[in-house]
Write a protein that binds this ligand. Sequence first.
Ligand code: FAD
Ligand code: MG
Length: 296
Amino acid sequence: MNLIEANAIYRLAESGDSSIAIPVKEAIQVIEDALDSYGEHLALSFNGGKDCTVLLHIYAAVLRKRRGQGQTSPSPIPTIYIPMPSPFPEMEAFIEQAAVEYGLDIFRVPCAEGSSGKKGMKEALTLYGHVKPGVKAILIGIRRGDPFSDKLTHKDMTDKDWPEFMRIHPIINWTYSQVWRFLRALEVNYCSLYDQGYTSLGSTYDTYPNPALKVEPDGDNHSHPHCGAAMFKPAYELQDGSLERCGRITVKPTSHLSIQNPGQVQETNSDRRGCNRLASPVVTSPTAYSIKQLHT
Ligand code: FAD
Ligand code: MG
């Protein structure tokens, strides 16, 4: 990140538009404090999602500011990425792009065979702690609207049964719409899936475009002219942030190996808070059908 881009973030923090200035200022302060406390022992968790993209952009700006005018070569940013089973190729591509753009030093810790979700993440973090004992604190792009985050603050030690890291949450108080205002105001690059109607990204077998963004039939523009698939508005057009996870389902695979057809997937609503008034995810993306094996 160059100084002009870094300055743009600080200008946003000082702007008269308090609905975005206040959260940006808050995130800068939390990152400043974390750098003061942990310095080189601080890492970033990054999975290519919109929230950690915001976090990364602000983090890079703070680092750039601290380096000052003279110094030109930045140190790589220590980053942990835990690839989940069957990731979207678009997310993987975006992670690679961000690594180059921001100078990330990404340590990939894959989930163990047969593990995913929180269990997989916990195991991967345990391994990370062994391989990188110098890392004491990790920046996380979690927000209050995410599951199980109600009690989190800017700084929380991991839970007792998790490997020991200080969790730093600079955007914990941000809303869905603030995330999008930030990304769009500063023209930050983000994963292309968000422009296809995805609003929360998981694996290919549990993530669909958000039904709340489906373009309603009003003539000729409700389906793709060539393949007939339904079309979706981009993620930043979702007005009600409580519907963010309505394109996510909680999957209980009936067999270890294959969900050839999402119709065979057993769905629970536990991860789709606020989504009851919407129809079940409409499967339209060819990507959503692409899972042949869960553990690649
Ligand atoms: P997202 O909104 O996509 O994720 C929120 C943020 O988590 C992302 O912005 C990113 O910073 C990070 N993240 C998510 N997935 C990945 C990934 N695959 N690779 C790298 N970073 C990722 N849960 C507990 O119950 N107790 C704990 O003590 C605990 N400690 C954690 C420590 C760390 C360092 C991380 C990364 C997660 C931890 N979690 C813990 C899990 C956390 O609470 C969320 O469940 C998890 O981050 C996924 O969040 P989400 O579903 O809201 O997805
Ligand atoms: Mg999130």
